[in-house]
Structure formats: structure tokens, C-alpha cells
Ligand binder design. Sequence first.
Ligand SMILES: Nc1ncnc2c1ncn2[C@@H]1O[C@H](COP(=O)(O)OP(=O)(O)OP(=O)(O)O)[C@@H](O)[C@H]1O
Length: 473
Amino acid sequence: MGTGAVKGSYGHGPLFSNSGNNADARDVWHHPRMPAPTAPLPAPTFRDLPAAPLCVGYSGGLDSTVLLHALAALPGVRASGLRALHVHHGLHADADQWTAHCVEVCAALDVPLLVDRVQVPAASGEGPEAAARHARRAAYARHLGRGEVLVLAHHQDDQAETFLLRALRGSGPDGLAAMRRWSALGDHRIWRPLLATPRHALLAHAHTRGLHWLEDPSNADTAFDRNFLRNRVMPLLRDRWPAAGAAFAQAAGHCEDATALLHDEDERHLAEAATADPATLSRTVLRGLPPTRRARVLRLWIASLGLPPLPAEGVAQIEHEVLPARADARAMFAWEGAAVRSWRDLLHAAPLSPPPPAGWHTLWAGDAPLAIPGGGSLHLEGAAQFPQPAIVGLRDGGERITLPGRTHSHALKHVLQDLGVPPWEREHLPVLRSAEGDVLAAGDLTYSSVFDAWLRQHGARLHWRPPTGTPRD
Ligand SMILES: Nc1ncnc2c1ncn2[C@@H]1O[C@H](COP(=O)(O)OP(=O)(O)OP(=O)(O)O)[C@@H](O)[C@H]1O
């Protein structure tokens, strides 16, 4: 699909630079001499144009300017919906002027623009670039409409840099596949149509069309790894291998293909190890896999649960300590607020949540959901309330319960063990007691004969939502 020409134009304010030369990037506000125009944006760029409304992540820089301009020239795109989103990070003294530029360009192109002013946490510990990227992704996720596709202007040179950065971190094929042309942000899709287009083609397109864009002065700062690669390493490599950028991007593409094949196999093995509960896997099945496959399956499993990526030391610790642990040992690996634990024949993965404070208890009439400190809740369905409030608290270890159909009591601990409730889940388990101190229920996992009879008589149900947020059935 061709890019066509854009109707209308916009003014050349003093804030705009049309330099593609990073050596000039510090001097944002001047107009250096323009290089001669070369080829325009190649036609295959929009080969997989989706039939969906598009939202361009628009920074005002060269790449997203070209992208926005090219998309705005396509009547079909305008018909199905095109808008731009500019995230004002507030990190640079000129951020307001950058926003004003974006407003002016979008007005001239007749593309609706949403500006989101975000707060980038100064002390997040991840560095300003990563913090800004996280804030930006959160802003995208907040504003994207249902079915709307986010379009980002990453190009071939960005892809080559990402490939090299990942290689320098020792990534495997999944990481070396770098950025995907299509990816997901929550329920939304991200499209990067310029990923195979080199930056020089974007620059040529911009010059041919007389576009104006902003240069972010921080792009010249080689203290950032990516800028160091872009400004120092890549020019050196290109001197000797002119197609170095394209070659790295191609290598990333090969890794993506290889990863896709591996992924199919990983999914098959994950399905074999799966149980009815997505948060648990069979240790026996996992142990039957070769270690390299097991590592991939574990990572895929963790990703499928929406938990933070499993670090390399986590894979190693699960391999050597958690997986081989005795059935009754409480082996675990915890990272970034999540944990993988082994118990009996299962490996469990879940967000970590602190148990309620020791000694916590409260009265609950059942007339409204009860939030348990540390996470989770209790909820009575089908009846207005209990005949008298229950005392809800934690286990203290010695409770006994008289189960339906039984005349003598059992240790609650043994009942929970028989039900396969893992020890760490028992720490969160709310126990309902009568005013006389008799155990009525442990979460919604087991009921006393008296409580069970009452629930049946009233057609009522008790629901316990454990702290992981996953309702049990
Ligand atoms: N402030 C922003 N608001 C909205 N989208 C942004 C913003 N910054 C970057 N993006 C989007 O993310 C992509 C990659 O970000 P990166 O920081 O690499 O971009 P950049 O160097 O500012 O690129 P560009 O020259 O396209 O503006 C950009 O091409 C753009 O689509």
C-alpha cells in the first residue's frame, strides 16, 4: 500500500528542528542545512494495515512524525479512525514546547491528539529512561479504546540496537528476537509497521515531504547504552559493514522464527504438565523434561499467569532446589512479589501476599463482603445474613471440626491436608467460629455439620476469594 501525499501543511515555528544529524541534537532549536532528499517511505511498510482504529504513539520526533504523516495520508485509515497520543513526561525543561509542537502538527493534519501529562516516579530505582517507558506504557493502556491498535514508530535501526543490547545482556533466542511487529499490551494490540524500515528512509521521507520534527537532546547523551550504540558503535560497524543494521534486524527475525517453533513445543509440554488449576504444574511431568525445555516451560507458565518474568537465578533455583524438594518440604523461590513453591507433587506459582496480622479476628454477620487483611475476602451468597454473627479469624493450630455426616470431630489441620490445601494457603485461610468457639467453616473449603445444614436450609453459599485474586470453584 502506498503512502500518498498529505493534504494541508503546517507552519515552521522556531521550535522545530529538521535535522536528522545527532551531532546537532544538542542545539535543538536551529535549522541546519538539510541533506538532499532520497527515496520516500517504502510501500511494503503498511502491508498488514489492520482494519481497526489506530492510535499513534506520537513523541514529535522524526520517526513518529513520519509514521503519523504517512498514516494520515491514507483515506482508508482516516475512515476507520486515526488519532495520536502524546505522553508529556515532564522530565525535560522543554517538554511543554514539545507538546505545543505536537498539538500544532496534529491540528494541521486534522488528526485528534490526546495529551497525557504523567508523573514519572523519580526514585523508582529503574533509571529515568525505564521509568518514562513504564509511565508511557501505562498511559497507552489507560487511553486505548476497545479494538483500537497502538502504532509505534520503532524502526530497523531501533531493532538492531535492541538486538545488540539483548546480546550484551546474554539473552537467548526469545530476547534476541527483540521487538515484534505485532505484540500485545494487556488486551490491546501494538503494531510497529516501520520495524523493517531503516532510519535513513524515514529521514528521506521527511525531507521529501518537508516535515518538521523535534530532536530530543538526550539522544546525544552517550551515557545511555542505547545512545552509545547508536552514536558510537553502529557508525563504526557501518563503516566496515554498511548493512550492519539490516543484518542485526534480520538476525532478530531469525530468532523470532526459531522462537515461534520452540514456543509451539513449549506449549505442548506445558499442557502435559498442567492441572485443573492453572497456577499449579505436575512436578513428575516437569521432571521428565530435559532441563533446557523445562526452563522454557517454566518461563512460559509464569508469563501465562501474568507474573513478573522469571529471572535466570530463579530458573536455576527451581531446577536445583524447589523441584527436587521432598514432598512435604516448603521449598520456594520468590522474586518481585511472586513465588514458586513446591508441595506434594505440585509446583505452585502465585503473587506473594503477607498473611493477616497474627491474632486478627472480627465479627461478621454475612450481610456484606468481608475483606481479609493482607488480601482475599469472604462473601455470603443466597442469604441475607447469619442467625448470629460469626467470629472470623485465623487458625491457631489446634482447631477441631465436626464434618457433615460425622458425630465426632477431626483436627482441622488433617482435614485441610486431606483437601490438599498447601501450607502457605492455610496461613491466609479465614476460619469462621460460632460465639461458643465451635469451628463453622474454614474459608469455603470445609464446613461443620451445623453450618453445612444451615447453608443447605437457606440455599446459601459461602465464597472465599484467596489473596491471589483467583476465585476457587
Ligand atoms: N512521549 C511520547 N508519547 C507518545 N508516544 C511516544 C512518546 N515517546 C515515544 N513514543 C513512541 O514510542 C516509540 C519509541 O520510543 P523512542 O523513545 O524509541 O522514540 P523516539 O526516539 O522519541 O522516537 P520518535 O522519533 O518516533 O518520536 C516512538 O517511535 C513513538 O511511537
